[in-house]
Design a protein around this ligand. Structure first.
Ligand code: SAM
Ligand code: GLN
Length: 297
């Protein structure tokens, strides 16, 4: 941006940033430029198109410059903005939490549909349904379920105290804090002895050898402990499938997000427990098997 005496209008700086981001190997250079500038100006993106010739103020330019520097360094847009939309809520995110992915909405919807079925069949439909969310990160899964379904309560676990702090902040800002309890610990360990209508998890599932080929935004910026699932990516499923069935109420279910080509293995792991009577596999918007559900009798 160090040209001679340029007047940085909205249109001009967007064009400049697009070229710069492209050179830096950013995947969606124009979109990212617009999203960041709209954020600095505190306007919707559409505003940019009708104010192409508007010059930026020096403070706006300084703020924007800081953001494009970070983006060019492959910091995800969500970390720069400090927020990510998921299931109609704007989640605060930091570099301690995975950025919630659209695919994970499949897990949330699967949980909502099935909790709804459990309630519809129940002789006590007014009763609170309690579920667990393991590896809660920003709280994307559990807070979305709570937000979309009344009379539900959740226990969540994450091994990262920093992620827990972000999830707690989100719970407070969505006014859901009185329906969720946060634990720091290892998978289901802090919840031992309790039983749930549902146990949900989007655990780390990337096989170790595949981490190196992830986009730099993920590989270098997102927490390794939110991604790495061991040699074949299935480490967390082995443990969840061993421990979760005995912690489900009768007629309850375990629902987990899975990576590409993992569904069959995870369904087999869950189905190996005699308490599990049926498994389902659900696909994401791209047609990839994305969620495994295992029902307790
Ligand atoms: N649920 C969030 C989402 O869907 O956006 C985050 C999912 S992220 C893939 C996995 C999460 O599991 C991370 O927040 C990570 O800190 C947590 N985690 C990793 N190992 C764990 C363990 N042993 N026990 C509990 N949580 C763990
Ligand atoms: N879906 C994420 C990715 O591919 C991985 C999240 C996970 O391991 N659960 O980047």
């Amino acid at each position: 941006m160090a040209e001679n005496n340029p007047i940085w209008t909205v249109g001009r700086i967007l064009k400049w940033t697009e070229t710069y981001f492209r050179q830096k190997g950013i995947e969606s250079p124009r979109l990212d430029a617009e999203v960041l500038l709209a954020h600095v100006l505190d306007r919707p993106r559409i505003y940019l198109y009708v104010h192409f010739d508007e010059p930026l103020q020096p403070d706006e330019l300084a703020a924007y410059r800081g953001m494009i520097r970070r983006r060019a360094d492959h910091v995800p847009v969500a970390y720069i903005l400090g927020e990510k939309d998921f299931m109609g809520l704007s989640f605060h995110v930091t570099s301690d939490t995975l950025v919630p992915r659209p695919d994970t909405e499949i897990l949330v919807q699967a949980a909502l549909d099935r909790l709804g079925m459990i309630r519809a069949k129940s002789r006590t439909p007014d009763e609170v349904l309690r579920f667990a969310d393991i590896g809660t990160g920003s709280g994307a899964v559990c807070l979305s379920v709570l937000n979309h379904m009344e009379r539900t309560e959740a226990d969540t676990v994450d091994i990262s105290p920093a992620a827990r702090a972000v999830a707690e902040e989100n719970a407070a800002s969505f006014e859901l804090a009185d329906r969720v309890t946060f634990y720091t610990g290892d998978l289901l360990t802090p919840l031992r002895g309790r039983r749930y209508a549902a146990i949900l998890s989007n655990p780390p599932y990337i096989p170790d050898a595949e981490i190196a080929s992830l986009a730099p935004e993920v590989r270098c910026r997102e927490p390794r402990m939110a991604l790495a699932g061991g040699e074949d990516g299935l480490d967390f499923y082995r443990r969840l499938c061993r421990e979760a069935p005995s912690m489900l109420l009768d007629g309850g279910f375990l629902a987990v997000e899975v990576g590409v080509h993992q569904a069959e293995h995870v369904a087999a792991l869950a189905g190996a427990d005699p308490l599990i009577v049926r498994t389902e596999v659900l696909r994401d918007y791209a047609g990839i098997e994305r969620v495994v559900v295992a029902w307790r009798q």
